[in-house]
Design a protein around this ligand. Structure first.
Ligand SMILES: C[S@@+](CC[C@H](N)C(=O)[O-])C[C@H]1O[C@@H](n2cnc3c(N)ncnc32)[C@H](O)[C@@H]1O
Length: 227
């Protein structure tokens, strides 16, 4: 079950600025989702949707990101991440654990952690998977045996760079914008210089105007920096 991806796909024809606007109307949001999201945000979505489906589509991201996750977990992206992980993942800044729950469904042993339990400034109250309250750097230092995963490390916040610096393992799964609205220059400098990008990363769906990427990285080993 991956309702986030299914809703995104069903709405896709109405998202963005298609040359030829689709006819018909997008499917209604499921009742359980409507009951769970922030009522003020839902109200904005409903009012915009009443003007036109495309206007509704412009506010859909705000609703779904806070209820599910910031990156959209397509089956292709999930399977690439699961395969690359070697079966054990530490998700830092995991939010409500939506990605963690889907990766666990694929058989991955996922430890999800976040410093701020939901609801927090980024996520609504929904909880999709158990998330341990833990700072990202502390968690990364404690679990070198797991593949480090971070999705949408907060912009201008050293959380992502600190976690990477503390991590002694060999594999990283990065989700989010590469620079752009995520992390700090220090994070991307380290990822670009000390880590090797695995070229076969699967594409990941993108909300209009967003530049999400799924990037899989192996630690570079040099003679002066052996294991
Ligand atoms: C933009 S949200 C992304 C949440 C989730 N990874 C996703 O993609 O849906 C950033 C998350 O980082 C968490 N965070 C911020 N600083 C942190 C820290 N020092 N250690 C662990 N998590 C942190 C926030 O609480 C928030 O849940």
């Amino acid at each position: 079950m991956n309702p986030y991806f299914e809703i995104f796909q069903a709405w896709q024809p109405w998202l963005g600025f298609p040359r030829t606007p689709p006819t018909g109307t997008p499917p209604a949001l499921p009742d359980e989702l409507r009951a769970a999201v922030d009522p003020d945000m839902l109200d904005v979505f409903d009012q915009m949707s009443a003007l036109s489906p495309r206007m509704g589509g412009m506010t859909l991201r705000d609703l779904l990101v806070r209820h599910y996750a910031w990156s959209i977990p397509s089956p292709e992206a999930l399977s690439a991440a699961a395969h690359f992980s070697g079966g054990r993942i530490l998700d830092v800044g995991a939010g409500n654990g939506y990605w963690a729950s889907l990766l666990a469904d694929l058989g991955v042993d996922v430890l999800a952690t976040d410093l701020h339990p939901v609801p927090n400034g980024y996520m609504g109250a929904a909880q999709h998977y158990p998330v341990q309250v833990m700072d990202a750097a502390e968690a990364a230092a404690a679990h070198p045996d797991r593949t480090l995963m971070m999705s949408w490390p907060p912009l201008d916040d050293p959380m992502g760079a600190r976690a990477l610096e503390a991590y002694r393992g060999d594999r990283v799964i990065y989700l989010g914008e590469w620079g752009g609205a995520c992390g700090t220059p220090a994070l991307f400098r380290a990822l670009n210089t000390e880590w090797e990008h695995v070229p076969s990363a699967a594409a990941i769906p993108r909300w209009t105007g967003m530049n999400d990427r799924l990037v899989l990285l192996n630690r570079k080993r040099t003679p002066d920096k052996p294991r």
